[in-house]
Write a protein that binds this ligand. Structure first.
Ligand code: TXA
Ligand code: MG
Length: 375
């Protein structure tokens, strides 16, 4: 049986008292005081909850990496406020590097910021000198995003600082979409969680690198559909096939990510005999948790599994609606992870293109690769 607690988690000491405050002006003030004193605060965003700190303060940024157990080479996204909505404004705060930012990159970035900020789009651009190398995991570039959640925007503006914020989960684990999830992940490790309810989008931002020649490269499918970006960008869009690998060509492409602690196995049409073989090879497995999308639920029969040997412990069925699936996906994975099932089987949606489906398939594939290797 797979152990429920990762070996690395056993060594974590959770001694900090974690306060939880519903979003309000007072809560923003408490959070701001922590941020300006170099602390970390978990915050709601429209995508997933983030763990924020002053991006210009190296010691504060180091606390983010420590609380998450995140490798130092994996860069953070820098979140900016309502007034930082153009390259000129980012340049004036020295967040962007004027020497390496080309006119072509400026032109396409400004167009994208105008169309999609605030919102779930991160733009990777040349890093300016106000941002220390640790925020970027040593890279010369940095991802920028203006989040849509009012409480987070208010906090950025009250702090008068750009805020670095990765998802507020322990490294490689499922991203949090509620304050409860954050407490589960980081309780005892951080001083404050701002509770802004469920994150409405439910998957992280779409990350796009803006190249020197003004072309764009997709680094992570996410909460903003790629087709909307291409329509506005009017630039050549190089869609990178992101490899699932242990040796990433760029950080953030690690194969193991978004993983529940139980084995997650992906099922798709034509995979059933292979699936039954894989499940049969895991010892001590009898109760199966199932996640499916669309009208036809996955059944044990349909999966080629013998009903005398296996039972369906918990079934979560989503309608074939990408926005509903995205907003409930991480919560469903957590529920299955906490239930008494031994293994989670998730259907890979039959529709893989358009809207939020690429982000959904990406998260399922990376969560599944922890235990199956080949997905
Ligand atoms: O929606 C989101 O993007 C959330 C919320 C909190 O804003 N944030 C988030 O951050 O998902 P994080 O750190 O969990 O994921 C950011 C990903 C990482 O995989 C990181 O490697 C990649 O973005 N990334 C950040 N900066 C990069 C850069 N300069 N070049 C390549 N990849 C980068
Ligand atoms: Mg993350």
């Amino acid at each position: 049986m797979t152990e429920l607690v990762e070996p690395s988690e056993r060594a974590v000491t959770r001694t900090v008292k974690t306060q939880r405050l519903k979003c309000s002006d007072r809560a923003t003030h408490v959070a701001k005081e922590l941020i300006v004193s170099g602390e970390v605060v978990a915050v709601p965003t429209e995508t997933v909850y983030g763990l924020a700190a002053d991006a210009t303060n190296e010691a504060a940024v180091a606390k983010i990496y420590a609380a998450k157990g995140r490798p130092s080479f994996n860069p953070l996204i820098v979140h900016v406020g309502r007034h930082s909505n153009s390259c000129a404004k980012l340049l004036s705060q020295r967040l962007l590097d004027a020497r390496t930012l080309s006119d072509a990159a400026t032109c396409v970035s400004d167009r994208l910021m105008k169309a999609f900020w605030p919102g779930p789009l991160t733009l990777v651009l040349p890093r300016g000198e106000a941002l220390p190398a640790v925020v970027a995991g040593g890279l010369a570039t940095i991802g920028f995003r203006m989040p849509r959640h009012a409480a987070f925007l208010d906090l950025i503006e009250a702090s008068q600082k750009p805020l670095a914020a990765p998802s507020a989960n322990r490294s490689n684990r499922i991203s949090p979409t509620t304050a409860d999830h954050v407490i589960e992940e980081l309780g005892g490790l951080i001083p404050l969680v701002l509770d802004g309810g469920s994150a409405p989008v439910g998957v992280e931002s779409t990350i796009v690198a803006v190249n020197h020649d003004g072309t764009l490269t997709l680094l992570r499918p996410g909460g903003l559909p790629v087709e909307q970006i291409t329509t506005v960008a009017r630039a050549h869009f190089t869609e990178l096939q992101i490899p699932l690998t242990d040796k990433p060509a760029a950080p953030g492409m690690l194969k193991l990510h978004y993983a529940p602690s139980k084995p997650l196995i992906l099922a798709g049409a034509g995979l059933t005999s292979e699936l039954a073989y894989k499940i049969g090879r895991l010892s001590g497995i009898s109760r199966i948790g199932i996640m499916s999308f669309g009208a036809l639920p996955i059944t044990l029969d349909g999966l080629g599994l013998d009903k005398d040997l296996f039972s369906a412990g918990k079934i979560i069925q989503f309608p074939a609606d990408d926005q509903l699936v995205a907003s409930g996906l991480f919560n469903a994975l957590r529920e299955l992870d906490h239930s008494d099932v031994h293994v989670i089987v998730a259907e890979l949606p039959s529709q893989r293109a358009g809207g939020l489906w690429p982000a959904i398939c990406d998260r399922l594939s990376r969560g599944g690769s922890a235990h199956t290797g080949e997905f």
